[in-house]
Each structure stands twice: as C-alpha cells, then as structure tokens.
Write a protein that binds this ligand. Sequence first.
Ligand SMILES: Nc1nc2c(c(=O)[nH]1)N[C@H]1C(S)=C(S)[C@@H](COP(=O)(O)OP(=O)(O)OC[C@H]3O[C@@H](n4cnc5c(=O)[nH]c(N)nc54)[C@H](O)[C@@H]3O)O[C@H]1N2
Ligand SMILES: Nc1nc2c(c(=O)[nH]1)N[C@H]1C(S)=C(S)[C@@H](COP(=O)(O)OP(=O)(O)OC[C@H]3O[C@@H](n4cnc5c(=O)[nH]c(N)nc54)[C@H](O)[C@@H]3O)O[C@H]1N2
Ligand code: SF4
Ligand SMILES: [Mo]
Length: 677
Amino acid sequence: MEIRASACPLDCPDLCSLAVTVAPADAERGVAERVNKINGTALSPLTNNFVCSKVRNLADHLYCDDRVLTPLVRTGPKGSGGFRPATWDEALDLVAARLRDVIARRGAEAVLPYHYGGSNGWLTEGALATRFFRRLGASRLERTLCAAATTPATHGLYGVMPGVAIEDYVDAKLIVIWGANPSATSIHMVPIIERAMAAGAKLIVVDPRRTPLAKRADLHVALQPGTDLPVALALLRGLFRNGADRSFLHDHCTGANELEQRCERWTFAEAARVAQVDVDTLQTFYQMYCDASPAVIRVGWGPERNRNGGSAIAAILALPAVAGKFGVRAGGFTMSNGDARWGVKAETAIAEPVPTTRSINMSEIARVLRDGPRSGGAPIEALFVYNCNPVATAQNQQALIEQLLREDLFVVVHEQVMTDTALLADIVLPATAFVEHRELRRGYGTMRMYDSPAVVAAPGQARSNNQLFGELLQRFELTRAGDPMTDDELVAATFAASPDGAQLQAQLKQDGAAVPLSGARPITFVDVFPSTPDQRVHLVPAALDQAATHGLYTYQPDPSTDEFPLALISPALATQISSTFGQLRQKPAQVELSLADAQQRGVSDGDLCRVWNNYGEVVCAAAVNRDLKPGVALIAKGYWRKHTRNGLTANALIPETFADLGGQAAFNDARVQVAKR
Ligand SMILES: Nc1nc2c(c(=O)[nH]1)N[C@H]1C(S)=C(S)[C@@H](COP(=O)(O)OP(=O)(O)OC[C@H]3O[C@@H](n4cnc5c(=O)[nH]c(N)nc54)[C@H](O)[C@@H]3O)O[C@H]1N2
Ligand SMILES: Nc1nc2c(c(=O)[nH]1)N[C@H]1C(S)=C(S)[C@@H](COP(=O)(O)OP(=O)(O)OC[C@H]3O[C@@H](n4cnc5c(=O)[nH]c(N)nc54)[C@H](O)[C@@H]3O)O[C@H]1N2
Ligand code: SF4
Ligand SMILES: [Mo]
C-alpha cells in the first residue's frame, strides 16, 4: 500500500486535497494497481482532513461493472445497448472515416463537440480537444448548463474579483445563504458556518425549501422559485431609502441612481406578494442585513436557473455594495471564487485563436439537432460528447433521446462509465478518471490550485482526453511544429506563457498547492478591487443591460398556469455530482411534494405518480416533504433513466428556454402537474 497526494477536481467548490491509498496488482480485475481508499488531508485548510463519501468511496466508481474498459462499436440498432469491443485503432479509424465523410459532404461545422466539463481541470476540459475542434473548423459550443448567467452578472458588476474566502466565514456576524445548499454541495462550508454561529453569527437562508441549514437559521425566506429578483430589489430599495453607504457608492460605484430608480416599484409589500412570503420576513431580512458587519452573502446557483436568473444574481451582488459591507474580512459576497487572480488561464497552453465558426448553445441541443442551428447552415451530423452526460443533464430529454436515436446522426462518446448518453452512441471510447491522469485545477470555492499527477494506472484501455485528441490531431494532420502535445508539455507551456507562471509553479512544487496572486483569503476593497476599467462596481452596466433579455432588473412573471401549477426544482443530490456516480445509485427517483400539494392530490408517501407538462412525463414514487414550500415540486438533478419507471427524469420536463443572461438553461422554470397513477 502506498499513499499518494491528489486533489479532487469534481464539480464542487471545495477542491479537496486528497491522500489516495493505492494497493498493488489486482490480477482478477486485470488492473496493475487499484485505489483502495481516499482520505482528505490538511494541505487544504478547507478540506481539513475529511472528504465526502462520494470520493472516499471512489473505488466503487473506478472499478464498477459499468466502467468502459475498451473502445466499443455499436452492433444492434441505435439505443439497443448492443456493442462489441474494438481496439483503439479500429475505433479511431471508424471515427475518423465518419467525421471525414460528414466534413466532405456538409463541411466541418456539421461536427459539434459537446462538453461541459464542470468536473474537469485545464488539462481535460479544453487543451487538445479545443485545439482539435478549432483547427478542424467544427461548430463551437456555448457552455450554458451552469454558471452561464452568474458569470456575466458577476463580471458585469465587478469584473474578475474574488469574493470572500469560505474559511473567512468564521469571522462573519451575519451569513446569508442565498439559493445554495452547502450541506450537499459544499460540505466543508458547514462546520465553518457552525463555528461562526457558535461565536454569535446570525444565519439567513433564502430557499424555497427548508434545507438543513434553513432549519438552523435565524430567518428562512421561503420564496417562490424565480422570485429572488424582486426580493433583492426590495432590499436594495430599502437600503436606498435608509441604510445605503453613500460614501462607498460615491467612491467605488457607478449607476447608483439608475439602480435606485429600477428598484422603485419593489416595496417590501410588493416583493413579498410576488415571492409569496410574509412582508415581516422581508423587513426582518432587511434590518438584520443593515445591522450586521461583517455580513457575507453566499450566492448559490439555485437563483440563476430561471427567466429572471441573471438579473436576480446581479441584484443580489449589488447588495453588499449599496450597503457598504466590503472592506472587512468576511464582508461582501462569495459567488465563484474561480475569479481569483491566477495570472494564467486555461487557454494559455494551446494558444489557439477562436475561429469564426458558428456557435451553438448546448442548452438547446435537442432543438438544434431537430430543427438545425439558429444561424442556419448545415445540420449537425456528428456529435462528439466528452466530459458530459447530456441525456441525464440537458433539457427536453425526450426530444434529445429521439434525436440521438437517428440513424443519420453519428455520435461518439468518450466516457468513464456506460452512461445514458453512452448507451445511445455509435462509438464509445474509454476515458480515464481524475486519479488516472494528470490534472491542473483551480478551485471555485477554495482559492487554491493543484497540479495532480496520475496516481494509479487506468483499468483496461482507458485513455485521457489529451491522449485521445492528440491522436485525432495527428490522424487529421492538424499538428504543427512546436505544439505542446503531452500533459507535461501543456503544463509547462501554460506556466511559461505567463510572467506569473514561474511563481505558481514554484509554489506547486514546494507546497503542493498554489494560491492566487490575490491571496487565498483576500479582503475585498482592501486587497482586491473590481477589475472593471475604472475599478468601480458597475451597478447597472450598460453591456449587461443590453444583453439581458428584457433589460437588467426587469422582472418576468412566474410561468405557472392552471394546467401546470407546480414549480419543479431539481437541486443536487448529496450522493452524486450532477449525474456522475448515478450508476452506483440503487434507490429509485422520487418526486417530492409539500404536504398541502400531496393532500390536495390524494397522494401519500410511496404512491406511484405521473409528473408531466407539455415536454414530457416522469413516472416515479412520491415522497411527502414537509420542508418544501407549497406550490413547489422537487425531482433531484442527476438521476439516470433507470431510476424512474418510464425511463425519463426531471430533464424530460425542463423547457428549452433560457435565463435572461448568457443563454443559461432555465432548469427551474419547469412547471408541472402531478397526479397519482
Ligand atoms: N453533492 C453534490 N455536490 C455538488 C453537485 C451535486 O450534484 N451534488 N453539483 C455541483 C454543481 S454542478 C453545482 S452548479 C453546485 C450547485 O450548488 P448549489 O447552488 O448549492 O446547489 P443546488 O442544489 O443546485 O441549488 C441550491 C438551492 O437552490 C434552491 N433553489 C431552487 N430554485 C431557487 C430559486 O429560484 N431561488 C432560490 N433562492 N433558491 C432556489 C434549491 O432548493 C437548493 O436548495 O454544486 C456542486 N456540488
Ligand atoms: N434537471 C436539471 N438538470 C441539470 C441541472 C439542474 O439544476 N436541473 N443543473 C445542471 C448543472 S449545475 C450542471 S453543472 C450540469 C452538469 O452536467 P454534465 O456536464 O453532464 O455533468 P455530469 O452529469 O457530472 O457528467 C459528466 C460526465 O463526464 C464524465 N467525465 C468526467 N471526467 C472526464 C474526462 O476526463 N474525460 C471524459 N471523456 N469524460 C469525463 C463523467 O464520467 C460523467 O459521466 O447539469 C445540469 N443539469
Ligand atoms: S466532491 Fe467536493 S467534498 Fe467531495 S472530495 Fe471532491 S471537493 Fe471534496
Ligand atoms: Mo453546475
């Protein structure tokens, strides 16, 4: 047994520092060595020696029966699940021949790479795949499954500025958890919040359901999904009337008058009516926020996934500026701390110009496959999926499945396990997992970066993304002299391309982790400032105002109808990362209903139900959840098709519509009806 250092790149803000125990050969399973167990280490103070059970038990994932061990070529009809093993050479010959044929007939834009890569660092998301598809001239992909509304909102107001370090929450006097559920999605935050509360901090949770933290909060604002915007605007209005930090606004902000005008309609009473909460709750929220310092808002990703999402995030992020909460440790906000000043970027290594090929929003993949791209031109005839499981995670699942079943659409999936998407592929290629390849990853909660080597041999014939796309670059004769091709060359090129690279590399070598140039625990408006051209907070940035579908801070009414009265939300499962690890889940999916909604429909715990709207239907058991706001239904994100009775999940109910910014998928705009079956 040997213990090797690694870091967890999964799509989780915590980016844990890991100790991986590796056991020698396991002849029976045909692996040279295998991961035995994984623990957290103290290298990251946030990890603090513990990890979630998902990663502690990563061996269950790495060596499960669903692991793809060789390239696979479809044998039966599409979707029949029939595949035969093939060599890499044969599989890549088939892939290359089909791509060449599509390109010859339709042009390279008929090829679409499909990837999100939340659980990937710079070596496996981007790098050689990006170089390959750019040089090929393929259609480009807008990555909008997540953070597509929060990112332009944050950058519009603050540019690239890190927020409050999670570790610093211990010093806060007020913590607002706004549309996040750290008990499942960022577990290392919870003990820190507990310590802050033990030292007297107050806690406010803004969430349509009583989350574990909401149960312990001093105030729970159980708003209707999609109504964060009016709530934030009412708080801002209150602040502008009494409580705004006029000197901070004068010294550090633009657009205060314009923002004040846009809040004018949102009295506490009006916001409370729209959000379906008591007016007292909003007034108490306002008073608690005014009174406390340091006050910090942890903004989650729940509020972005609806038609008002971009404006909602912008309005929430305006609060600490208008209230003057910056300038002290633990004062301000935390959105994505991936925005720390790193001095190097993911794209530095490949230095590949962005081509002018058409770009396609991944959040309307079913529609694009069916009706063709909005910009016109050739239909998509080849889809190359990696780092992503769209059948389980994209919108309008039923339509997507229908499209993937088309005989004339060529689908390649590079995967670790036989996912719902891989099952519909023509060719499946076996991928390595993070302990099996080198990865360079910076956190989006913790402000740390790791360069983690492969710590264990890959089972079977799994290859990393760079191995795969490096080979394809060669087969398509798209390599150029001097191109960094291996992971080692790519890492070296990344650091060499930036004057700050040497410093980061030295830190990685010496300490095992690097912190950004802005530090691991910067104080906003002391150590770090907005990166906007004038270093000010732009409360109503013109570009954002134009980009927002209805102008910034304009509320769009709730889409509920008499036919589909329930707002369906699909928050994260504690046991998975999106759909990742879903193959290991035995328990079936359930639809959660409030007691009132269950009673109204004569539904009891365990009853088989239909959940439907105009996009599709899900058949699964009901669970009465007394912590859910009436009018809200919940089917968690990330279930696999095997988890419901009819092989469709929450994603079959998700509309092909967007948030008001960034083309972000509006997952929580789904409205449904539920009935006992
Ligand atoms: N265990 C685990 N961890 C994960 C993930 C996972 O799947 N499992 N996913 C990772 C990923 S990809 C992401 S993006 C992050 C997400 O991290 P979070 O944002 O913490 O997680 P979510 O569960 O998506 O949503 C947070 C909360 O938003 C609430 N919510 C839904 N709609 C609204 C709304 O309109 N307004 C408000 N205020 N609240 C709303 C939900 O009830 C939920 O409690 O977590 C990451 N970490
Ligand atoms: N209903 C509903 N759906 C949602 C959401 C929601 O709120 N509601 N939220 C969305 C959010 S927040 C997100 S981030 C997306 C995430 O959606 P996806 O991007 O589809 O993420 P995962 O489900 O984690 O699937 C990632 C897949 O990539 C594979 N993979 C990991 N590493 C590698 C690698 O190095 N190489 C290759 N080739 N493959 C690899 C994993 O095995 C896994 O199957 O889902 C979205 N889907
Ligand atoms: S998923 Fe999150 S909590 Fe679990 S090991 Fe990875 S970074 Fe840590
Ligand atoms: Mo996400």
